[in-house]
Every structure is written in C-alpha cells, then in structure tokens.
Design a protein around this ligand. Structure first.
Ligand code: URA
Length: 211
C-alpha cells in the first residue's frame, strides 16, 4: 500500500517473517537472521524509485545502452543502535552505499533527543539518503535525526523502518512532509511507555540479546 508519505510493504514473505520476529519466544539468533532477510526485501522496495541513466556497454552480441543507477552512491544512515540491525541486509543488495551513524539519547528531564554521536558520508546533498531505524514509535528521535541530516545538506531522504506506529507516522509527516516512510507494518498504537503495540518489544534488546 502506498500513499504520498507512507509505503507499507505487505509482501507475504515480509509479513510472514515479521510475524515470527514478533513472537516472544523467537530467539536472538533467529530474530537477527529474519531481520537480515526482511531488510533485503525492504531494500528492494525502498530503492524502487532511484533515478536511472544509461551506460553504453558491449554485450557479446552488440553495443547497447544499458540501464544503470544515476548519480552518487546511496547514503544509508543508521540511528544507533537498533538501526544497525537493518544495515547488513541492505548493504548486501547495495554494497557500494556510503554509511553514516547518528546516536541520540532521550534527556530524562526534557524528554528531548540529545545527539551523542554523528558521522556522516560526504556530499549528502547529492545523494539519496535512506535513514534506517526498525521502530518508528513516537517519532521524536527519527525527526531529530532527519533535522540533523537536513542541516548537513541531505535533500532526498527516505525513512525505512520495520514497524511504524500511527503516532510516529503523523509526527514525521508534520515535521518532514517531504520524507517518505517505508515500513513492513503500520501497527495499532503506542502504549504508555512509548512501545509499539502489538509490536515486537525492544528491537535493540531483541537483536543484540540485551535486556
Ligand atoms: N523502540 C523499540 O525498540 N520498541 C518499541 O516498541 C518502540 C521503540
């Protein structure tokens, strides 16, 4: 399903793998394996509209104008730490992508996201930038990360997540109407602790085996 701002990738393979990931008894290693597989499938979808050009090549039979990706390499930006779980699968399909990291924590008093780490690829203004974070919950950290990327020059940004809450999608749309959200599922709501319901719990804990 696609609207101007939101794409829900409800491919049967994605939905099936995601249901296994949601189960409370799915092990860390299985969770990680499924995340890698789903991120490849999501990468296929999120790169669907990348600009193309042609390059003159010689096949064994003739010269031909072959379709190739246009412009600078993609930039993948992981929001630490859970975003890293989506990186490997995407890099398998787009191995030449440049990778950046943004670290944010929530100030316990103001509840606002505070940046503690930022390392970005050069020339962001010329690249398609895909921001990855498995969970779009309140949207506060995702919006803050995109604020930061725009300040660094990024212009063409897509936000890729595994699960999105309606609250997070609305927040993103309000703050960054130009940023398309691509997700494997639009879940029901957030609970009082800011967790997505039905969700899958804490994505970082589940992928790294921490608690
Ligand atoms: N972050 C998570 O890891 N899980 C949620 O449900 C919400 C935010």
């Amino acid at each position: 399903m696609t609207t101007d701002h939101l794409t829900i990738v409800n491919h049967p393979l994605v939905s099936h793998k995601l249901s296994i990931m949601r189960r409370v008894d799915t092990s860390t290693s299985k969770f990680r394996q499924l995340l890698r597989e789903i991120s490849m499938l999501l990468a296929y979808e999120v790169t669907r509209d990348l600009p193309m050009t042609t390059e003159r090549i010689q096949t064994p039979l003739c010269e031909w104008d072959a379709p190739v990706l246009e412009g600078r390499k993609l930039a993948l930006i992981s929001i630490l730490r859970a975003g890293n779980g989506l990186l490997d699968g995407i890099l398998e399909l787009v191995p030449a992508a440049r990778v950046g990291f943004v670290g944010l924590y929530r100030d316990p008093e103001t509840l606002q996201p505070v940046q503690y780490y930022c390392k970005l690829p050069a020339e962001l203004e010329d690249r398609w930038t895909i921001v990855v974070d498995p969970m779009l919950a309140t949207g506060n950290s995702s919006v803050a990360a995109i604020d930061l990327l725009k300040a660094a020059g990024a212009k063409k940004i897509i936000f890729l997540c595994l699960l999105a809450a309606p609250e997070g999608v609305a927040r993103m749309q309000e703050a960054h109407p130009d940023v398309r959200v691509v997700t494997a599922s639009l879940d029901e709501c957030l609970n009082d602790h800011g967790y997505i319901v039905p969700g899958l719990g804490d994505a970082g804990d589940r992928m790294f085996g921490t608690k």
